[in-house]
Design a protein around this ligand. Structure first.
Ligand code: ADP
Length: 175
């Protein structure tokens, strides 16, 4: 039997923490589908198409990984692509609360699909798309956090927003 997993998320944008989880999941499963959720209840910087293209390029060297945007229930998407498992990454304890709740809800909806969490590598424990966006839009160097093509797109967004007098979304750093 072919073992397939999906790795769902927002990926706004993809960063080294996500890539590390994708690489490790791809070594466990025959096929990994990185599933880009098209309209999360979050303030997004990139469109679903942009997020998919950035992820695609970041994962191009992994032959058993493909990237697809999806909408609707994650477990339904998992069934559509024939996945037996949903992979997520865990950083800190607050990730655990959320993932635990989601795993239990998803199990109610689709008991046949297993929910697998991989622990972050210590180097990436601090890394989130929000931090990447905040640093990049304030003009900081994100080269240790994202691949070069993602850093370039972030710089394009920074310039666009500067031209349109849009403030950078500050989550944490300037308090
Ligand atoms: P979501 O918006 O669904 O939380 P994200 O795009 O933020 O999705 O992340 C997708 C998945 O990757 C989630 O399981 C998240 O916990 C995981 N993840 C995000 N950042 C890291 C990181 N630095 N290390 C490990 N896993 C991570």
């Amino acid at each position: 039997m072919k073992h397939v997993a999906i790795y769902p998320g927002t990926f706004d944008p993809i960063h080294f923490g996500h890539i590390d989880i994708a690489v490790r999941a791809a070594s466990i499963f025959d096929e990994l589908v990185v599933a880009i959720y098209d309209r999360p209840a979050k303030q997004l910087l990139f469109s679903a198409k942009e997020r998919s293209e950035l992820a695609q390029q970041a994962l191009v060297d992994l032959p058993n990984v493909r990237v697809t945007a999806y909408s609707g229930l994650t477990v339904e998407f998992a069934s559509e692509v024939g996945a037996q498992a949903i992979v997520r990454g865990l950083r800190a304890t607050n990730d655990f609360e959320l993932e635990y709740q989601m795993a239990l809800i998803n199990r109610k909806l689709a008991p046949e699909i297993e929910f697998i969490c991989l622990m972050t590598r210590q180097d990436y424990a601090f890394l989130s798309s929000s931090v990447v966006k905040e640093v990049a839009l304030l003009g900081g160097d994100v080269n240790s956090m994202v691949p070069p093509h993602v850093a370039s797109m972030l710089e394009i967004k920074r310039r666009e927003r500067e031209k349109n007098h849009q403030p950078a979304p500050v989550v944490s750093l300037r308090d």
